[in-house]
Design a binder for this molecule. Structure first.
Ligand SMILES: [Zn+2]
Length: 73
C-alpha cells in the first residue's frame, strides 16, 4: 500500500473527478464528422443538391438561390 505523505486522499480524489468531468466537457464523445463524399451535383458552396440540366447535348448542374442560379464552385 502506497501512501502519499501530506496529501489528503479525499482532495486528490475530488481533483481527479473534476479533471475527468472537465475532460468530458472538453472532449466530445464523437468528433464532428466531416463528410467529404457527396453525390454528383452537390453544391458544397451552399450545401444543397443541384439539379442536372440538359440542353443542346450539354448537361450541367445548377440550383437556384435568392441571388440567382448557382452552378456550384
Ligand atoms: Zn450553390
Amino acid at each position: 500500500m502506497v501512501t502519499l505523505r501530506g496529501v489528503d486522499f479525499a482532495s486528490v480524489k475530488a481533483q481527479v473527478e473534476q479533471a475527468s468531468e472537465w475532460l468530458k466537457v472538453q472532449a466530445p464523445a464523437q468528433p464532428p464528422t466531416q463528410r467529404t463524399e457527396h453525390p454528383e451535383g452537390w453544391c458544397s458552396k451552399h450545401g444543397v443538391q443541384m439539379t442536372q440540366n440538359h440542353k443542346n447535348g450539354r448537361s450541367w448542374w445548377s440550383h437556384k438561390t435568392t441571388a440567382g442560379w448557382c452552378k456550384g464552385e
